[in-house]
Design a protein around this ligand. Structure first.
Ligand SMILES: Cc1ncc(COP(=O)(O)O)c(C=O)c1O
Length: 376
């Protein structure tokens, strides 16, 4: 994400979940009382209010309380942390998984574990802010390659040959909806002896073989996978997955792991419940992907630029801030919640509507969206 652009004033809005699955309602102090269909949050599978997740959190809360009360290396480790780490490692077929309280922290830890001031980081132009902060904190030099552009990455790898190099990408870009050719990136990294971090925050539970993300099955250069439980998993917290020695290195030396209160046990319990549901329902990801391609095709048919990628994030680039905000308001008037994304979150001149699909959307949602967009 971009940070060298002028600040726009932001306003906090507060939301209450509606009774229907995919509904959000603005808090009454905004003056608007109606429920909106959620085409904006990252709760892709609608799991945040799934009874199994709620039950798991409640059971753990009743037995262990709310917070962990300490860091993992002091008094904060609970059996539920170990159970979740083991289950995630098994699911992703990686030797070691370590939990973090948030994806932001996991990303900081990942970059700081693999980069220092002697490292050159080659990062996709559009990686998440947390990864950029990690690069800054590590003291590494940063060079950015064009978004998902394997040729540009190869050019930079050649330029930095024989140097200590780390490549960073996401597998499903949160504001673009696009995905890189990860197998090619991984092979290139191997060829040039570079390490690789893949942030799977938006992909896990949603895309890839049995919804296990796009790095599933990749070997070679892939050094760390970062994921969060705050999106498709409907819970909170995050993890890094790696081989055993990297996992041990993080455990021994990562400040972002050691010096923070452990993930709240009820959140870990609901993340594990989400994992069990995702494993038992491999069709969820497939259905969401089918819906995503239907929506993409339809938007293209209606004359909009076809949103890139094939996951549940559909980015409709409209250019100016005002156009994006106007569309957001018009959609809201018709009961659809779709957020305008503006610089500095995205590059100048590429303000957009970020349309987020979820498993539990009613069928009429697409018709409604198209009707409002076509009024423009
Ligand atoms: C790509 C990406 N990585 C990491 C994060 C951070 O995850 P978390 O919300 O768990 O801190 C986010 C969330 O905003 C994200 O979009």
């Amino acid at each position: 994400m971009h940070s060298n652009t002028p600040a726009r004033r932001r306003h906090l809005r507060t939301w209450i979940p509606g009774k229907g699955n995919a509904e959000l309602q603005p808090c009454s102090n905004t003056g608007i009382k109606k429920k909106l269909l959620d085409l904006a949050s990252n709760d892709y599978l609608g799991l945040s209010r799934h009874p199994e997740l709620i039950k798991a959190a409640q059971t753990t809360m009743n037995s262990e309380g709310l917070g962990a009360g300490g860091s993992r290396l002091l008094t904060g480790s609970r059996p539920i942390h170990e159970a979740l780490e083991k289950a995630m490692a098994h699911w992703l077929k990686r030797e070691r998984v370590l939990l973090f309280p948030s994806g932001f922290q996991a990303n900081l830890a990942a970059v700081m574990a693999l980069a220092n001031r002697n490292t050159t980081v080659l990062a996709d132009r559009l990686i998440h802010h947390s990864l950029l902060i990690g690069v800054k904190a590590s003291g590494a030099k940063l060079q950015r390659y064009a978004h998902n552009d394997i040729n540009d990455l190869r050019r930079l790898l050649k330029l930095n040959h024989n140097k200590q190099t780390l490549v960073i990408t996401e597998s499903l870009f949160s504001m673009e909806g696009s995905s890189p050719p990860l197998d090619k990136i991984s092979s290139l990294c191997e060829e040039y002896d570079a390490k690789l971090i893949v942030d799977e925050a938006h992909a896990l539970g949603v895309i890839g073989e049995k919804s296990r993300g796009l790095s599933y099955g990749l070997s070679g250069a892939l050094t760390l996978i970062s994921g969060t439980f705050g999106k498709a998993f409907g819970s909170g917290g995050a993890f890094l997955a790696s081989n055993a020695s990297m996992g041990d290195h993080l455990l021994q030396s990562s400040g972002a792991f050691r010096y923070t209160t452990a993930l709240a046990p009820p959140l870990a319990a609901s993340a594990l419940a989400a994992l069990n549901l995702i494993q038992a329902n491999p069709q969820w990801g497939e259905e969401l992907q089918e819906r995503s391609s239907r929506w993409r095709e339809r938007l293209a048919k209606e004359g909009w630029a076809k949103p890139p990628g094939n996951g549940p994030i559909l980015s409709l680039i409209v250019g100016s801030d005002q156009t994006a905000l106007d569309l957001q308001r018009q959609l809201e008037d018709e009961g659809l919640l779709c957020i305008a994304i503006r610089p500095p979150t995205v590059p100048e001149g590429t303000s957009r509507l970020r349309i987020v699909l979820r498993k539990d959307l009613p069928d009429k949602a697409l018709e409604k969206l198209v009707k409002v967009l076509n009024k423009k």
